[in-house]
Design a protein around this ligand. Sequence first.
Ligand code: ATR
Length: 273
Amino acid sequence: MDRYLVFGHPVRHSKSPFIHTLFARQTQQELEYGLAEPAVDEFAQTLRAFFAQGGKGCNVTVPFKEQAFTLVDRLSPRAKRAGAVNTIKLTDDGVLLGDNTDGAGLVADLKSHGVTLADSRILLLGAGGAARGTLAPLLAELPSELVIANRTHTKAQQLAAEFCDLGPVTAQTYEQLAGPFDLVINSTSASLQGALPPLAPALIHTDIAIYDMMYGASDTAFISWAKQHGARQTMDGLGMLVEQAAEAFTVWRGIRPGTKQVLRELKRNLGVI
Ligand code: ATR
C-alpha cells in the first residue's frame, strides 16, 4: 500500500492523518498515512530513509519546512517563492519534488468563506515563515493593496521588498497603519502564547473580515479580541489546514478531494461543533 507521512516535532497532535484518511476513503484511494517525529537534527536522515523504504510522499510541518526546502531534488515555483516546503512527492522518475500548498490553502479557505480578494485592502500581520508562504498566492488574487505589519519592522520591509515584483505590497509599522482594511490575516504566533499583535482597535469595523491562521477548540485570542471590537466575520486556520491538505493530496494522487464534509468531521473530532 502507498505510504505517506507527516514530519514534525512535536507532531503527535497533528490532524493530518485524520484528514488524509478521510480524503483517501472519499476518493477510494488505497494509502496509509502516519506520523514521524524525528529529533530535530535527524530530520534529513529520517526523510531519506522513508523514501528509500518505498514512501511515496510526505507533509512537513514545524520546525522542518525550511530544512525540507534544502533537501529535495526539485522545487515547484510556489515552494521556491515561499522559501519552505510542506509537501514532498516522489515522482515516477525517482525525483523528490518539494512543493508548498499553505498559501493556496489559505486562499481556497478565504474564498470558501465568500471573502473577496480582488481590489481589496489586505493587512497581513507577521513576517515569519507563515507570512512568507501566503504572499505570492494572495498577490495573485490582485488585491488593491497588501500591507505587512510586523513587531520587528525590518523583517516586514525585507519581505515587502522581496515580493514587490508580484504586486502592490508595502511594509508599515503597527503605529503607521491607517484603515479601512477589508481583510486582516494574523500569521503571527502571538495566539500560541495567548498574546495579541499590537493592533489598534480602531482598525476593526463591522464589515472587516478577520482571519487567524491559528486555530483551537475555542476562539483564538486574536479572534476574541476582534469580535469584542465589532468584527462580524471571523475565521480560524482550521479551514486552511484542510485546504492545504487537499492541495497536497491532489499533488500526490492527481485527484482532488472535497473539503466541506472533512472539515465538518474534523470540527466534530476537535469538539468545536
Ligand atoms: P511562523 O513560521 O509561524 O511564521 P516565525 O517565523 O517564528 O513563525 O514567525 C512568528 C511571527 O509572529 C513573527 O512575525 C513574529 O514577530 P517578530 O518577527 O517580531 O518576532 C510574530 N510574533 C510572535 N509573537 C508575537 C507577539 N506577541 N506580538 C506580535 N507579533 C508576534
